[in-house]
Design a protein around this ligand. Structure first.
Ligand code: NAD
Length: 247
């Protein structure tokens, strides 16, 4: 158990990759905080963690709103649960749309959830990690942020921003004993892919050297490693579990 007793905040943990991360970190002994917008899904994740013998609490949170994120960490202060690990995972997506047809709303919703949410949570977590001289922030980016995704300009821009943010904050935070890393998954089998037409999905799979989508557990395993002391000398880096989709 590599995270025994550590408090791990996982945003967007009500579904897909976030839920698998919550279950895996709890299996490594972490006390998981499910910071999810959708209360029902958040509770389902808490049940999934507890059924597998782990410890989880849901605190409904909208990562795109600064005041909601501040309230999350104020609640953790009340519970005397300063975060040791933060996983910025919450995300959203839209059907493929060319840039010249992208609306302000589609653009802003991606930037707010992915990029603003990562900033708000990281800021609050670091305020609680620095005084204790330790902590790990894992930001979920995407291959879209490394190589660009046609039809996904806002998503790619937000994920590219997360990668640059990760490198910048890693420099700052190293002296404070905090590591900051990014995980940039390839195509993973989760509900977020429902925005893609079937023929687009089939074409994507045909380009993956391993010939299949990744599983949420395969991403969670990478996050668990990076969050643990096994990765003590890794900071400011981007790890990409992607089935051989070179970037
Ligand atoms: N599935 C993939 O192929 C893939 C690939 C690369 C990166 N990612 C990234 O992985 C992360 C998880 O994606 P997923 O595939 O599990 O998607 P998902 O749709 O299954 O889960 C996303 C979760 O985020 C929550 N969420 C959305 N907006 C929120 C907000 N404002 N505040 C709090 N929670 C919010 C949703 O309610 C949902 O539970 C995302 O950042 C996504 O961009 C996914």
């Amino acid at each position: 158990m590599k995270l025994q007793g550590r408090v791990a905040v996982v945003t967007g943990a009500g579904s897909g990759i976030g839920r698998a991360i919550a279950v895996r970190l709890a299996a490594e002994g972490a006390r998981v905080v499910v910071a999810e917008l959708d209360e029902g899904r958040g509770e389902e994740t808490v049940s999934a963690v507890r059924e597998s013998g782990g410890d989880a609490t849901a605190i409904p949170t909208d990562v795109s709103r600064s005041e909601s994120v501040a309230a999350l960490y104020a609640k953790l202060d009340d519970l005397d649960m300063p975060p040791d690990v933060l996983v910025n995972n919450a995300g959203n997506a839209s059907p493929p749309t060319p840039v010249h047809e992208t609306t302000d709303e589609a653009w802003n919703s991606k930037l707010r959830v992915h990029l603003d949410g990562t900033f708000y949570n990281t800021r609050e977590a670091l305020r609680r990690m620095f005084p204790r001289g330790r902590g790990v922030v894992v930001n979920i980016a995407s291959v879209a942020g490394l190589r660009g995704l046609p039809g996904g300009c806002a998503y790619s821009a937000a994920k590219g921003g997360i990668i640059s943010f990760t490198k910048s904050v890693a420099h700052e935070a190293a002296a404070g004993g905090v590591r900051v890393v990014a995980v940039a998954p390839g195509w993973i089998d989760t509900p977020i892919l429902a925005v893609l037409p079937d023929d687009v999905k089939a074409e994507i799979v045909s380009r993956i050297p391993q010939g299949r989508l990744g599983s949420t557990e395969e991403v969670a395993a990478v996050v668990a490693f990076l969050a643990s002391d096994d990765a003590a000398y890794i900071t400011g880096q981007v790890i990409s579990p992607n089935g051989g989709l070179y970037t």
